[in-house]
Design a protein. Structure first.
Length: 476
């Protein structure tokens, strides 16, 4: 497979190349709001509001709103992978915005100068950082390997400048041009001081970085709705293999289409992963990763879905037809986004996109929408709140907001079970929702009625409350 994409060039170069230095036609109130938000925004560089920055923001949010909504949706594919490698290498997660600036999150993007991939590596720089390209693979298009190479380069640049604005400028134009600009500015090591001595594209690079970060943080304030792809392209992980394997075999093992595997692994030109001593990365939906690992490492197939407890009355036939479930998660006391993301093995950036969050800070009892692979049901079925769960079939596409029928988890759990009322003594900090999570047989309405409570009422420690149970209490 060799597919060349120039769409990002049309949007990113033709539309924006000379725009940064044009005079602003932005509404004054729009500028005031931007300035206030930039002051509150976490950013690696001095997020000053220049004419170029405000113009870029206007372009992304207003003039090219549809393209930006597609971009935000694509971030669900690539940001979790990029963030995981940045965190592993102790670099700021905010650097992920550079992949947008470089390629508009298109791993197959090719610039007019011949740079390729998410991070736009030229052939010489790619070889310097260990990226190979041949008849079978172009590792510049590999989301994992290209990100690791970009991280190596950024680490080197930051070691030279100890300043992220200068490091970003050097990534764009090369350290030689940045050093020359510093020399012309009298030795001052500050991007804004040397900006006028840099090439035009690099002069706009940091303002563009600020604008992209603004969009990522505040798109919801401007009524942008990310066009999210299907969940199989969002909830992914990766595995490394030294073996030669073709996509058709992987398709038979996982049940995924060859096209889906291609979408997740754009670096392989002939749908073949070549044998490699150092190993090649493969990206797959998390729900099938165990099956892929079994094949690659044990050379024998094993079932994708885990066995379910005999107490569950939901049939395996039903479960295997529904790869994902949608749950409403109630934020507990002292819980934050990283805690919830770790609990469900989901990237924080994905939870933020699904719920249109602009910050990682959460309020107690805030409701979050989460999507989880159905095979986790065995471990989570007694912890899930007794409300509705939406089944999402394999071909569900969130970009078209298509969903199938809704089934009620509670009614399935109750089927064929003998229930009785029990007394629950409330512990410290417990809420109505946290108690109901222990008693999935009890509905919210029944709980309020039996205990003469109002919706959202505070539960005091030591309160004796009636619940319905089949003697099964969730264990954590």
């Amino acid at each position: 497979m060799l597919k060349v994409t120039f769409s990002f060039i049309l949007i990113f170069i033709v539309t924006f190349a000379s725009f940064g230095n044009s005079k602003s036609s932005v509404d004054p109130e729009f500028i005031v709001n931007m300035k206030n938000r930039l002051l509150r925004m976490d950013c690696l560089v001095d997020a000053r509001l220049t004419t170029a920055t405000s113009n870029y923001i206007q372009q992304y949010l207003v003039n090219h709103k549809a393209s930006t909504e597609k971009l935000l949706g694509k971030s669900a594919l690539f940001f979790p992978i990029i963030e995981s490698f940045l965190t592993e290498n102790k670099l700021p997660k905010e650097l992920k915005a550079m992949a947008i600036m470089e390629s508009w999150l298109d791993p197959e993007a090719i610039s007019r100068s011949g740079a390729v991939g998410l991070w736009q590596f030229m052939p010489g720089t790619a070889k310097d950082f260990g990226l190979n390209f041949n008849a079978y693979v172009d590792e510049r298009r590999d989301p994992c390997k290209s990100t690791l190479a970009a991280i190596q380069y950024l680490k080197y640049l930051y070691s030279q400048y100890n300043d992220w604005a200068l490091s970003l400028a050097a990534y764009n134009s090369g350290p030689q041009r940045v050093n020359y600009a510093i020399e012309r500015a009298g030795g001052v090591r500050d991007f804004w001081a040397i900006q006028q001595y840099l090439p035009t594209e690099t002069q706009n690079y940091v303002p563009k970085y600020i604008a992209i970060n603004y969009v990522l943080n505040y798109y919801n304030e401007h009524d942008l709705n990310p066009l999210l792809p299907e969940l199989d392209l969002q909830i992914t992980s990766f595995v490394k293999t030294t073996k030669r394997v073709d996509f058709r075999t992987l398709s038979k093992i996982t049940g995924l289409s060859v096209q889906t595997i291609e979408s997740l692994n754009p670096s392989y030109k002939k749908n073949i992963v070549p044998k490699s001593i150092e190993g090649q990365y493969l990206i797959f939906p998390k729900r099938v990763l165990k099956k892929v690992e079994s094949f690659l490492f044990a050379t024998e197939d094993e079932q994708l879905l885990e066995s379910f407890s005999t107490g569950s009355t939901i049939s395996n036939e039903l479960l295997t037809s529904l790869p994902y479930v949608e749950i409403d998660y109630t934020v507990g006391l002292m819980e934050d986004l990283p805690f919830i993301a770790k609990k469900y093995n989901i990237a924080t950036s994905q939870i933020m996109l699904w719920n249109k969050l602009t910050t990682e800070y959460l309020a107690t009892e805030q409701i979050l929408k989460l999507y989880i692979p159905i095979e986790k049901f065995k471990r989570l079925e007694l912890m899930i709140e007794p409300n509705k769960i939406t089944d999402l079939p394999l071909n569900n596409n969130l970009m078209t907001n298509s969903k199938s029928n809704v089934f009620n988890l509670r009614s399935n759990l109750l089927a064929g079970k003998s229930l009785k009322k029990v007394k629950h003594v409330a512990g410290p900090f417990e809420t109505i929702n946290s108690i109901l999570s222990l008693y999935p047989e009890t509905s919210y309405e029944e709980f309020l009625k039996w205990n003469e409570l109002k919706e959202g009422e505070v539960i005091h420690e030591g309160a004796v409350l009636l619940c319905q149970s089949n003697n099964t209490v969730a264990s954590y």
